[in-house]
Write a protein that binds this ligand. Structure first.
Ligand code: XIL
Length: 434
Protein backbone atom coordinates (compact mmCIF):
# COMPACT_ATOMS: atom_id res chain seq x y z
CA UNK A 1 0.00 0.00 0.00
CA UNK A 2 2.71 2.47 -0.97
CA UNK A 3 1.14 5.91 -0.65
CA UNK A 4 1.29 8.07 -3.74
CA UNK A 5 3.58 10.93 -2.80
CA UNK A 6 4.11 12.18 -6.30
CA UNK A 7 2.80 15.56 -7.26
CA UNK A 8 2.70 14.59 -10.93
CA UNK A 9 -1.09 14.80 -11.00
CA UNK A 10 -0.77 18.45 -10.19
CA UNK A 11 1.48 19.04 -13.16
CA UNK A 12 -0.95 17.33 -15.47
CA UNK A 13 -3.79 19.53 -14.34
CA UNK A 14 -1.61 22.56 -14.78
CA UNK A 15 -0.74 21.67 -18.37
CA UNK A 16 -4.41 21.26 -19.25
CA UNK A 17 -4.79 24.86 -18.32
CA UNK A 18 -2.05 26.02 -20.61
CA UNK A 19 -4.45 25.91 -23.55
CA UNK A 20 -7.04 27.89 -21.73
CA UNK A 21 -7.62 31.57 -21.29
CA UNK A 22 -7.59 30.93 -17.55
CA UNK A 23 -3.91 30.24 -17.51
CA UNK A 24 -2.91 33.83 -18.12
CA UNK A 25 -2.99 34.64 -14.44
CA UNK A 26 -1.61 31.27 -13.51
CA UNK A 27 1.40 31.66 -15.75
CA UNK A 28 2.53 34.48 -13.51
CA UNK A 29 3.20 31.97 -10.79
CA UNK A 30 5.63 29.09 -10.77
CA UNK A 31 4.40 25.66 -9.81
CA UNK A 32 6.39 23.41 -7.51
CA UNK A 33 6.51 19.86 -8.74
CA UNK A 34 8.37 16.64 -8.14
CA UNK A 35 8.02 14.05 -5.44
CA UNK A 36 7.64 14.73 -1.78
CA UNK A 37 10.26 13.09 0.37
CA UNK A 38 8.45 11.14 3.07
CA UNK A 39 9.93 8.51 5.29
CA UNK A 40 11.08 7.42 8.69
CA UNK A 41 14.02 6.95 11.00
CA UNK A 42 15.17 3.33 10.98
CA UNK A 43 16.62 1.10 13.61
CA UNK A 44 19.14 -1.63 13.05
CA UNK A 45 16.34 -4.23 13.27
CA UNK A 46 15.54 -3.23 9.72
CA UNK A 47 18.32 -5.60 8.65
CA UNK A 48 16.80 -8.67 10.30
CA UNK A 49 13.08 -8.15 10.81
CA UNK A 50 11.59 -8.68 7.35
CA UNK A 51 8.10 -7.46 8.26
CA UNK A 52 9.60 -4.23 9.57
CA UNK A 53 11.65 -4.02 6.38
CA UNK A 54 8.53 -4.28 4.25
CA UNK A 55 6.81 -1.65 6.35
CA UNK A 56 9.70 0.78 5.93
CA UNK A 57 10.19 0.28 2.21
CA UNK A 58 6.43 0.44 1.64
CA UNK A 59 6.22 3.81 3.32
CA UNK A 60 9.46 5.64 2.67
CA UNK A 61 11.45 7.25 -0.07
CA UNK A 62 13.83 8.76 2.50
CA UNK A 63 15.16 7.29 5.75
CA UNK A 64 17.31 8.43 8.65
CA UNK A 65 19.44 5.86 10.45
CA UNK A 66 18.42 6.55 14.07
CA UNK A 67 21.79 5.77 15.62
CA UNK A 68 24.28 4.00 13.35
CA UNK A 69 25.77 7.20 11.92
CA UNK A 70 26.31 8.81 15.32
CA UNK A 71 29.76 9.44 16.75
CA UNK A 72 29.86 6.73 19.40
CA UNK A 73 28.81 4.03 16.96
CA UNK A 74 31.37 4.95 14.31
CA UNK A 75 34.41 6.11 16.26
CA UNK A 76 34.23 4.21 19.53
CA UNK A 77 38.02 4.32 19.72
CA UNK A 78 39.87 7.42 18.62
CA UNK A 79 41.02 7.15 15.04
CA UNK A 80 39.36 3.76 14.48
CA UNK A 81 36.37 4.27 12.21
CA UNK A 82 34.01 1.33 12.21
CA UNK A 83 31.37 1.61 9.50
CA UNK A 84 30.23 -2.01 9.66
CA UNK A 85 26.67 -1.41 10.85
CA UNK A 86 26.23 2.00 9.29
CA UNK A 87 27.28 0.67 5.88
CA UNK A 88 24.73 -2.14 6.08
CA UNK A 89 21.91 0.25 6.94
CA UNK A 90 22.97 2.70 4.23
CA UNK A 91 23.20 -0.15 1.67
CA UNK A 92 19.72 -1.36 2.67
CA UNK A 93 18.34 2.13 2.02
CA UNK A 94 20.19 2.48 -1.26
CA UNK A 95 19.15 -0.96 -2.50
CA UNK A 96 15.55 0.01 -1.84
CA UNK A 97 15.87 3.36 -3.62
CA UNK A 98 15.45 5.44 -0.51
CA UNK A 99 17.38 8.65 0.07
CA UNK A 100 19.33 8.92 3.33
CA UNK A 101 19.43 11.75 5.87
CA UNK A 102 22.86 11.58 7.45
CA UNK A 103 22.29 12.05 11.18
CA UNK A 104 24.39 13.46 12.83
CA UNK A 105 27.95 14.76 12.85
CA UNK A 106 28.28 17.16 15.77
CA UNK A 107 25.99 16.67 18.76
CA UNK A 108 26.44 16.57 22.52
CA UNK A 109 24.61 13.21 22.59
CA UNK A 110 25.88 9.79 21.53
CA UNK A 111 29.52 10.67 22.20
CA UNK A 112 32.05 7.96 23.03
CA UNK A 113 33.57 8.08 26.52
CA UNK A 114 36.95 9.16 25.16
CA UNK A 115 35.49 12.44 23.83
CA UNK A 116 33.65 13.14 27.07
CA UNK A 117 36.89 12.59 29.00
CA UNK A 118 38.95 15.06 26.94
CA UNK A 119 40.24 18.25 28.58
CA UNK A 120 38.25 21.41 27.82
CA UNK A 121 40.68 22.73 25.27
CA UNK A 122 39.85 24.48 21.99
CA UNK A 123 42.62 23.02 19.81
CA UNK A 124 41.98 19.51 21.07
CA UNK A 125 38.27 19.73 20.30
CA UNK A 126 38.88 21.33 16.93
CA UNK A 127 41.12 18.38 16.04
CA UNK A 128 38.46 15.88 17.18
CA UNK A 129 35.83 17.61 15.08
CA UNK A 130 38.08 17.77 12.04
CA UNK A 131 38.99 14.08 12.20
CA UNK A 132 35.45 12.90 12.80
CA UNK A 133 33.85 15.01 10.08
CA UNK A 134 36.60 14.17 7.62
CA UNK A 135 36.27 10.43 8.33
CA UNK A 136 32.50 10.19 8.13
CA UNK A 137 31.71 12.73 5.43
CA UNK A 138 34.42 11.42 3.09
CA UNK A 139 33.28 7.83 3.61
CA UNK A 140 29.69 8.60 2.59
CA UNK A 141 30.39 11.23 -0.06
CA UNK A 142 27.78 10.85 -2.81
CA UNK A 143 25.69 8.41 -0.79
CA UNK A 144 23.61 10.59 1.48
CA UNK A 145 21.06 13.25 0.61
CA UNK A 146 22.12 15.58 3.43
CA UNK A 147 24.00 15.77 6.70
CA UNK A 148 22.68 17.09 9.99
CA UNK A 149 26.03 18.78 10.56
CA UNK A 150 25.14 20.27 13.94
CA UNK A 151 22.32 18.92 16.09
CA UNK A 152 20.65 20.60 19.08
CA UNK A 153 23.13 23.41 19.71
CA UNK A 154 20.57 25.43 21.69
CA UNK A 155 18.43 24.76 24.75
CA UNK A 156 14.71 25.59 24.90
CA UNK A 157 15.47 29.15 26.07
CA UNK A 158 17.73 29.87 23.12
CA UNK A 159 21.01 29.62 25.05
CA UNK A 160 23.86 27.61 23.62
CA UNK A 161 23.78 24.27 25.33
CA UNK A 162 26.47 24.20 28.02
CA UNK A 163 26.37 20.41 28.18
CA UNK A 164 27.98 20.46 24.75
CA UNK A 165 31.73 19.71 25.05
CA UNK A 166 32.50 21.40 21.71
CA UNK A 167 30.84 24.59 22.96
CA UNK A 168 32.62 24.40 26.30
CA UNK A 169 35.97 24.19 24.56
CA UNK A 170 35.48 26.43 21.53
CA UNK A 171 32.54 28.68 22.28
CA UNK A 172 29.99 29.34 19.59
CA UNK A 173 32.63 29.11 16.84
CA UNK A 174 32.28 25.31 16.84
CA UNK A 175 29.09 25.62 14.77
CA UNK A 176 30.77 27.55 11.98
CA UNK A 177 33.78 25.26 12.10
CA UNK A 178 31.60 22.15 11.74
CA UNK A 179 29.88 23.48 8.62
CA UNK A 180 33.13 24.64 7.04
CA UNK A 181 34.80 21.27 7.54
CA UNK A 182 31.78 19.35 6.27
CA UNK A 183 31.77 21.55 3.16
CA UNK A 184 35.50 21.02 2.70
CA UNK A 185 35.08 17.23 2.54
CA UNK A 186 31.85 17.17 0.55
CA UNK A 187 30.90 20.24 -1.38
CA UNK A 188 27.85 18.57 -2.96
CA UNK A 189 25.79 17.03 -0.17
CA UNK A 190 23.31 19.37 1.52
CA UNK A 191 24.33 20.60 4.94
CA UNK A 192 21.63 20.99 7.61
CA UNK A 193 21.27 22.46 11.07
CA UNK A 194 18.80 20.32 13.10
CA UNK A 195 17.10 21.14 16.39
CA UNK A 196 14.13 20.56 18.68
CA UNK A 197 11.45 23.04 19.79
CA UNK A 198 9.69 25.14 20.76
CA UNK A 199 8.88 25.49 17.08
CA UNK A 200 6.97 28.76 16.86
CA UNK A 201 8.57 32.20 16.93
CA UNK A 202 10.20 31.91 20.34
CA UNK A 203 13.43 32.86 22.11
CA UNK A 204 14.87 29.59 20.87
CA UNK A 205 13.90 29.95 17.22
CA UNK A 206 15.05 33.59 17.28
CA UNK A 207 18.46 32.45 18.50
CA UNK A 208 18.72 29.75 15.83
CA UNK A 209 17.56 32.20 13.18
CA UNK A 210 20.08 34.86 14.22
CA UNK A 211 22.91 32.31 14.23
CA UNK A 212 22.05 30.97 10.79
CA UNK A 213 21.75 34.51 9.37
CA UNK A 214 25.14 35.37 10.84
CA UNK A 215 26.77 32.28 9.33
CA UNK A 216 25.14 32.75 5.92
CA UNK A 217 26.36 36.37 5.93
CA UNK A 218 29.87 35.10 6.53
CA UNK A 219 29.55 32.83 3.49
CA UNK A 220 29.25 29.57 5.44
CA UNK A 221 27.35 26.97 3.41
CA UNK A 222 24.15 25.94 5.20
CA UNK A 223 21.56 24.45 2.86
CA UNK A 224 18.78 23.52 5.19
CA UNK A 225 17.19 23.44 8.58
CA UNK A 226 15.61 20.44 10.29
CA UNK A 227 12.80 20.76 12.81
CA UNK A 228 12.58 17.58 14.87
CA UNK A 229 8.93 17.84 15.99
CA UNK A 230 8.70 15.27 18.76
CA UNK A 231 5.26 16.29 20.01
CA UNK A 232 3.37 15.16 23.07
CA UNK A 233 -0.29 14.89 23.96
CA UNK A 234 -1.25 15.13 27.61
CA UNK A 235 -3.78 16.85 29.87
CA UNK A 236 -1.56 19.75 30.79
CA UNK A 237 -0.12 20.67 27.45
CA UNK A 238 -1.59 22.99 24.94
CA UNK A 239 -1.74 21.91 21.33
CA UNK A 240 1.18 23.44 19.40
CA UNK A 241 0.28 26.67 17.67
CA UNK A 242 0.74 25.67 14.08
CA UNK A 243 0.01 29.09 12.62
CA UNK A 244 2.96 30.39 14.61
CA UNK A 245 5.10 27.44 13.55
CA UNK A 246 4.19 28.13 9.91
CA UNK A 247 5.38 31.73 10.30
CA UNK A 248 8.62 30.49 11.77
CA UNK A 249 9.16 27.99 8.93
CA UNK A 250 8.46 30.74 6.44
CA UNK A 251 11.17 33.04 7.77
CA UNK A 252 13.75 30.26 7.46
CA UNK A 253 12.46 29.49 3.97
CA UNK A 254 12.93 33.14 3.03
CA UNK A 255 16.65 32.70 3.75
CA UNK A 256 16.71 30.22 0.89
CA UNK A 257 16.96 27.20 3.16
CA UNK A 258 15.42 23.82 2.47
CA UNK A 259 13.25 22.71 5.40
CA UNK A 260 12.84 19.17 6.71
CA UNK A 261 10.57 17.89 9.43
CA UNK A 262 13.14 15.44 10.67
CA UNK A 263 11.87 13.48 13.67
CA UNK A 264 8.08 13.68 13.70
CA UNK A 265 6.26 11.66 16.33
CA UNK A 266 3.38 12.35 18.71
CA UNK A 267 3.50 10.42 21.98
CA UNK A 268 0.41 10.13 24.15
CA UNK A 269 0.62 10.35 27.95
CA UNK A 270 -0.65 7.29 29.80
CA UNK A 271 -3.43 6.41 30.25
CA UNK A 272 -4.15 6.64 26.55
CA UNK A 273 -7.77 7.71 26.00
CA UNK A 274 -9.87 8.08 22.81
CA UNK A 275 -9.79 11.88 23.31
CA UNK A 276 -6.00 11.91 23.42
CA UNK A 277 -5.87 9.74 20.30
CA UNK A 278 -8.02 12.34 18.54
CA UNK A 279 -5.58 15.05 19.58
CA UNK A 280 -2.74 12.92 18.28
CA UNK A 281 -4.50 12.65 14.93
CA UNK A 282 -4.91 16.42 14.83
CA UNK A 283 -1.26 17.01 15.66
CA UNK A 284 -0.05 14.66 12.92
CA UNK A 285 -2.47 16.17 10.42
CA UNK A 286 -1.37 19.69 11.25
CA UNK A 287 2.26 18.68 10.77
CA UNK A 288 1.42 17.28 7.36
CA UNK A 289 -0.50 20.46 6.46
CA UNK A 290 2.44 22.54 7.53
CA UNK A 291 4.72 20.41 5.40
CA UNK A 292 2.48 20.77 2.35
CA UNK A 293 1.99 24.51 2.84
CA UNK A 294 5.58 25.68 2.72
CA UNK A 295 7.19 25.00 -0.67
CA UNK A 296 10.65 24.95 0.92
CA UNK A 297 9.59 21.92 3.00
CA UNK A 298 11.06 19.02 1.08
CA UNK A 299 11.11 16.12 3.54
CA UNK A 300 8.80 14.77 6.22
CA UNK A 301 10.49 12.09 8.29
CA UNK A 302 8.88 10.36 11.27
CA UNK A 303 11.03 9.19 14.19
CA UNK A 304 10.05 5.57 13.83
CA UNK A 305 7.13 4.01 12.04
CA UNK A 306 5.88 1.28 14.36
CA UNK A 307 5.11 1.39 18.08
CA UNK A 308 7.13 -1.81 18.33
CA UNK A 309 10.41 0.09 18.00
CA UNK A 310 9.27 3.44 19.38
CA UNK A 311 11.76 5.72 21.09
CA UNK A 312 10.95 6.49 24.72
CA UNK A 313 13.67 8.47 26.49
CA UNK A 314 13.61 9.03 30.25
CA UNK A 315 11.40 12.10 29.83
CA UNK A 316 8.83 10.03 28.01
CA UNK A 317 8.60 6.84 30.00
CA UNK A 318 4.97 7.60 30.82
CA UNK A 319 4.02 8.00 27.18
CA UNK A 320 2.86 5.53 24.55
CA UNK A 321 1.81 4.92 20.94
CA UNK A 322 3.74 7.66 19.12
CA UNK A 323 3.85 6.05 15.66
CA UNK A 324 1.59 5.75 12.62
CA UNK A 325 1.62 1.93 12.77
CA UNK A 326 0.91 -0.25 15.81
CA UNK A 327 3.32 -2.82 17.19
CA UNK A 328 1.90 -5.47 14.87
CA UNK A 329 2.69 -3.16 11.92
CA UNK A 330 -0.97 -2.43 11.21
CA UNK A 331 -1.77 1.13 10.13
CA UNK A 332 -3.55 3.02 12.91
CA UNK A 333 -6.39 5.49 12.23
CA UNK A 334 -3.77 8.22 12.61
CA UNK A 335 -1.97 6.85 9.54
CA UNK A 336 -5.13 7.09 7.43
CA UNK A 337 -5.75 10.60 8.71
CA UNK A 338 -2.30 11.78 7.68
CA UNK A 339 -2.67 10.20 4.25
CA UNK A 340 -6.06 11.84 3.85
CA UNK A 341 -4.39 15.24 4.22
CA UNK A 342 -2.13 14.41 1.24
CA UNK A 343 -5.17 13.26 -0.73
CA UNK A 344 -7.15 16.42 0.16
CA UNK A 345 -4.23 18.51 -0.99
CA UNK A 346 -4.45 16.89 -4.42
CA UNK A 347 -8.12 17.75 -4.73
CA UNK A 348 -9.55 21.18 -5.56
CA UNK A 349 -10.11 23.51 -2.60
CA UNK A 350 -13.56 23.49 -1.06
CA UNK A 351 -15.90 26.43 -1.57
CA UNK A 352 -17.94 26.64 1.65
CA UNK A 353 -20.23 29.32 0.37
CA UNK A 354 -20.79 31.53 -2.67
CA UNK A 355 -23.01 34.59 -2.85
CA UNK A 356 -23.64 37.35 -5.40
CA UNK A 357 -24.76 40.87 -4.75
CA UNK A 358 -24.97 43.05 -7.85
CA UNK A 359 -21.68 42.47 -9.66
CA UNK A 360 -19.90 41.49 -6.40
CA UNK A 361 -19.20 37.81 -5.95
CA UNK A 362 -18.09 36.41 -2.60
CA UNK A 363 -16.56 32.98 -2.03
CA UNK A 364 -15.85 31.60 1.42
CA UNK A 365 -13.13 28.98 1.14
CA UNK A 366 -12.20 26.21 3.55
CA UNK A 367 -8.51 26.73 4.17
CA UNK A 368 -6.38 23.64 4.30
CA UNK A 369 -2.94 25.18 4.22
CA UNK A 370 -0.90 27.60 6.28
CA UNK A 371 0.52 30.92 5.07
CA UNK A 372 -1.27 30.43 1.77
CA UNK A 373 -3.79 32.27 -0.37
CA UNK A 374 -5.72 31.95 -3.61
CA UNK A 375 -5.19 33.12 -7.16
CA UNK A 376 -8.55 33.85 -8.77
CA UNK A 377 -9.28 34.26 -12.43
CA UNK A 378 -12.75 35.07 -13.69
CA UNK A 379 -13.42 35.02 -17.44
CA UNK A 380 -16.44 35.77 -19.57
CA UNK A 381 -15.67 33.66 -22.61
CA UNK A 382 -17.99 35.13 -25.20
CA UNK A 383 -17.03 38.72 -24.67
CA UNK A 384 -13.47 37.79 -23.85
CA UNK A 385 -13.24 39.87 -20.69
CA UNK A 386 -11.61 38.74 -17.51
CA UNK A 387 -10.44 39.79 -14.06
CA UNK A 388 -7.94 38.25 -11.74
CA UNK A 389 -6.79 38.77 -8.19
CA UNK A 390 -4.78 37.22 -5.39
CA UNK A 391 -6.10 37.10 -1.82
CA UNK A 392 -4.51 36.03 1.42
CA UNK A 393 -7.63 35.08 3.36
CA UNK A 394 -10.52 32.60 3.24
CA UNK A 395 -12.88 35.22 1.89
CA UNK A 396 -12.60 36.09 -1.77
CA UNK A 397 -14.44 39.17 -3.00
CA UNK A 398 -14.32 39.84 -6.70
CA UNK A 399 -16.28 42.13 -8.97
CA UNK A 400 -17.45 41.23 -12.45
CA UNK A 401 -16.78 43.99 -15.01
CA UNK A 402 -20.27 43.53 -16.52
CA UNK A 403 -23.17 41.16 -16.73
CA UNK A 404 -22.54 37.73 -18.22
CA UNK A 405 -21.72 34.13 -17.52
CA UNK A 406 -18.30 33.78 -15.93
CA UNK A 407 -16.04 30.86 -15.38
CA UNK A 408 -14.20 31.35 -12.12
CA UNK A 409 -11.00 29.46 -11.38
CA UNK A 410 -9.65 29.49 -7.81
CA UNK A 411 -6.18 28.09 -7.26
CA UNK A 412 -4.47 27.69 -3.85
CA UNK A 413 -1.05 29.33 -3.78
CA UNK A 414 1.83 29.45 -1.33
CA UNK A 415 3.17 32.72 0.03
CA UNK A 416 5.82 32.43 -2.69
CA UNK A 417 3.16 32.61 -5.40
CA UNK A 418 3.71 28.98 -6.41
CA UNK A 419 0.73 26.67 -6.86
CA UNK A 420 -0.09 24.37 -3.99
CA UNK A 421 -2.66 22.08 -5.46
CA UNK A 422 -5.33 21.91 -8.09
CA UNK A 423 -7.89 24.62 -8.78
CA UNK A 424 -11.62 24.58 -8.36
CA UNK A 425 -13.74 25.99 -11.17
CA UNK A 426 -17.16 27.48 -10.78
CA UNK A 427 -19.63 28.96 -13.27
CA UNK A 428 -21.53 32.00 -12.15
CA UNK A 429 -24.09 34.19 -13.84
CA UNK A 430 -23.93 37.89 -13.09
CA UNK A 431 -27.02 39.96 -13.84
CA UNK A 432 -27.21 43.33 -12.18
CA UNK A 433 -30.26 43.33 -9.97
CA UNK A 434 -29.37 39.87 -8.56
C1 XIL B 1 17.68 8.90 19.78
C2 XIL B 1 17.55 7.50 19.21
O1 XIL B 1 16.26 7.29 18.72
C3 XIL B 1 17.83 6.50 20.28
O2 XIL B 1 17.80 5.19 19.76
C4 XIL B 1 19.16 6.79 20.92
O3 XIL B 1 19.35 5.94 21.98
C5 XIL B 1 19.20 8.22 21.43
O4 XIL B 1 18.94 9.08 20.38
N1 XIL B 1 16.87 13.90 18.92
C6 XIL B 1 17.77 13.45 17.98
C7 XIL B 1 17.92 12.00 17.80
O5 XIL B 1 18.34 14.25 17.24
O6 XIL B 1 19.23 11.67 17.40
C8 XIL B 1 17.57 11.21 19.04
O7 XIL B 1 17.60 9.82 18.73
C9 XIL B 1 16.20 11.64 19.51
C10 XIL B 1 16.18 13.08 19.86
Amino acid sequence: MKPDFSTEGLDRVRSLFFGSILCIVLLCCSAESGSLLIGTAINRQVLTDTSYQRLVTGFSNIVTPAYDLKFKHIQKIRGVFDFTHADKVVAYARDNHMAIRGHTLIWHGALPDWVVALPVHADTMRRVMFEHIEGVVSHYRGNVYCWDVVNEAFDTEGNLNVKNPYFRAMGKSYIEYAFRIADQFDSETKLFYNDYGPYGITKKSDAVYATICELLDKGVRIDGIGFQMHLRIDENREMEKFTDIARNFKRFAMLGLEIHITEADVSISKPVTPEKRKLQIRAYQEMMRLFLSIPACKAFVTWGLTDKYAWFPESRKNYAEPSLFDSLYKPKPVYDSVMSVIEQFKKPPVIENMSIRGKQIAFIMRTLLYESGYAIHMAEREKGISVSDVVWSDTILIEAPRNGVYEVCIWPIAYTGSFLGVPVTYTVQVKEGN
